[in-house]
Design a protein around this ligand. Structure first.
Ligand SMILES: [Zn+2]
Length: 129
């Protein structure tokens, strides 16, 4: 697979399509798009050259981890257990973002912060018995 043209949001450089072992200290988790200038990167949908979202630097990667930690319990064992798509639909309404753009992989830092804020604000309402 050759890879697509993916431009780094941070510095405007076209990313290289390379094996993830270059950023994971020799362990490979499939292919990634890696910015040769600033080191931002993103994984791909399994078996494809389609990026999971925008390239992320370490700050954004940390925010995405925090957003996942806040949001994923909703469909992993919360009120939307086993209904991940419905949980994302709920999130898209709360964020006022079209469903096709409501994926943490696509979010920037501000959107990740918003996910965390929404989950904090909605927590009592969502988890009430
Ligand atoms: Zn870059």
């Amino acid at each position: 697979m050759k890879g697509r043209i993916v431009i780094c949001d941070y510095c405007g450089t076209p990313a290289d399509f390379v094996d993830s072992s270059v950023v994971y200290h020799g362990h490979s988790f499939g292919m990634i798009y890696l910015c040769p200038r600033c080191g931002a990167y993103v994984g791909v949908h399994k078996g494809s050259d389609k990026p999971l979202g925008r390239l992320a630097n370490s700050e954004l990667r940390n925010w995405k981890k925090a957003a996942h930690a806040a949001f994923d319990p909703l469909w992993k064992y919360g009120p939307y257990r086993g209904r991940r798509n419905e949980a994302y639909r709920w999130l898209s309404e709360k964020m006022d973002t079209p469903i096709e753009f409501t994926h943490i992989g696509m979010f920037d830092v501000d959107q990740c912060r918003k996910v965390i804020r929404i989950m904090r604000e909605e927590r009592n309402q969502l988890w009430k018995i």
